[in-house]
Design a protein around this ligand. Sequence first.
Ligand SMILES: [Ca+2]
Ligand SMILES: [Ca+2]
Length: 250
Amino acid sequence: MPLLRKAGLMAIAFFAFTFAGSLTARADLIQLTNVQLSGQGIGATLTVLTLQNGSPTTESAYVSYVGGTQQTVGDFSPPPGSPKNQTFTFGQLGITNANQLALVVNLAEANNEVPAQVTTVADTGLAGDSAANYANSITLNVFSSTGTLLQQHSLAVGTVLTQDQSGVGGSGLVFGLTAPQAAALQALFLAQPNIVLTVGASFTGASGGNDTIQAVRIQPVPEPMTMLLFGTGLAGVAAKVRRRRKAAKA
Ligand SMILES: [Ca+2]
Ligand SMILES: [Ca+2]
């Protein structure tokens, strides 16, 4: 292989890797687009947060398990418990690995806003969470059984959420953990099987009806990083095959 070409391929591989790395590093929660929510792709579901817009178009709320007591803070739609705002466990969802956990967001906006849309914002400084920001963008909060915060996994602030009625069975936007974050949560789960999870979220551009977030069990899906590396690998193999064919002809 000519040195220049080799250097070019290496540069492409480097940039592909770096770009993918920066994408996954940007947030712990990422949107999954290849999940089929209808049929067998999805298991148990629990509504874990129900937001209602506050003043005037921002809504921000979280479910707390600080000190081992469940409560809901902020712009939530009552009641502060099942079935609208609640803590949850892997056991309730039938989850045995953190890579099976996903959050499904469903937006309801006024005057038939089509498509319904909000933008995630930083935690608005809700009571009781000044140190932890339980409601940053969309945040998965992981507590010990006695109510000590152990982990947080968040979607990037500034993410525009556009309800996609046709994309995933008409059932909302699906978010899962990146592979490293799922591994971190799984390690914690294995060490402490009684962890309790909660969700907080802060949206702007919100109006109308309640916006809900459900915790669900899904089949784990390959994340973009894996797919990109897989694709890069395939391209490399194809190039090698072409070169061999060329060499055979000559
Ligand atoms: Ca709404
Ligand atoms: Ca809106």
